[in-house]
Design a binder for this molecule. Structure first.
Ligand SMILES: [Zn+2]
Length: 250
């Protein structure tokens, strides 16, 4: 249930006006029981609606189609619910996902066949957008003000066979975490004392779909570098100072 509207500032877009408390990680990502201490941020209705349009297909993709995340026990627990929602939902976005998908055999971690599942090309899912909403929400929570539009968020996906590379990346910076959100989501972060927004985040869904994100002023991110780590080292000069993230209601 959304909380009662009140006047405040949206943690995603910065508009002042009517806001309600928003779950930064939507409840639809979690099989029961839901996390009892969710991460929240004030949000305007428009941002909550736009965010839902990105996060729902992303959740559906992770649970139904993603070659890594869909093998997790959490995804398995959510699948009947998502399947029912998909069969009821007639949105053009989801129809497009289904049209682009190909049925492929799925093999479990033990090498045994798990039947067939719909595989959808990742570029047809708003993955980066969904991750960026979550990171914006976390920054709105930590900094108590929204990320200015002079900043960009760069998202990078890691598959299980790239986890060694991810561990190497994380060992280069003083990451704080893991912060756990139920059993389904974990995240780590490191801030920069230069400003309250520049930061690195690693978000993990169902332990199998990992994303690193870098938040930095757009001017420092152009032109695009060949290596994310080298951009981090040059733009985030004073990593390590983090503000704590507030959980639940304020
Ligand atoms: Zn907003």
């Amino acid at each position: 249930m959304p909380s009662d509207p009140r006047t405040g500032t949206c943690g995603y877009c910065g508009t002042a006006g009517e806001v309600t408390r928003d779950h930064i990680f939507a409840r639809s990502f979690f099989p029961p029981p839901l996390p009892n201490d969710p991460y929240m941020v004030d949000a305007c209705r428009e941002c909550q609606e736009k965010k839902a349009k990105d996060e729902t297909p992303f959740r559906d993709f992770l649970v139904m189609a993603d070659t890594a995340a869909s093998l997790s026990s959490e995804a398995e627990a959510l699948r009947p619910k998502v399947r029912r929602a998909l069969s009821r939902n007639r949105s053009p976005q989801l129809a497009e996902l289904r049209d682009k998908g190909i049925m492929k055999p799925v093999v479990g971690r033990d090498g045994k066949s798990l039947g067939r599942a719909l595989h959808v090309p990742a570029d047809s899912v708003p993955i980066n957008e969904a991750i960026a909403w979550m990171v914006r929400g976390l920054i709105g929570n930590v900094a108590s003000r929204p990320l200015p539009d002079t900043f960009d968020i760069i998202v990078n996906r890691y598959y299980p066979y790239e986890f060694a590379e991810l561990r190497q990346f994380m060992s280069e910076f003083p990451f704080y975490g893991p912060c756990r959100v139920g059993d389904a989501i974990r995240f780590w972060y490191v801030g920069d004392s230069q400003d309250e927004f520049s930061s690195l985040w690693v978000l993990g869904f169902y332990d199998r779909a990992m994303f690193s994100t870098m938040v930095a002023p757009r001017s420092q991110l152009e032109p695009a570098s060949s290596s994310q780590s080298s951009v981090c080292t040059s733009t985030l000069s004073t990593l390590g100072k983090c503000s704590p993230i507030n959980r639940g209601r304020r």
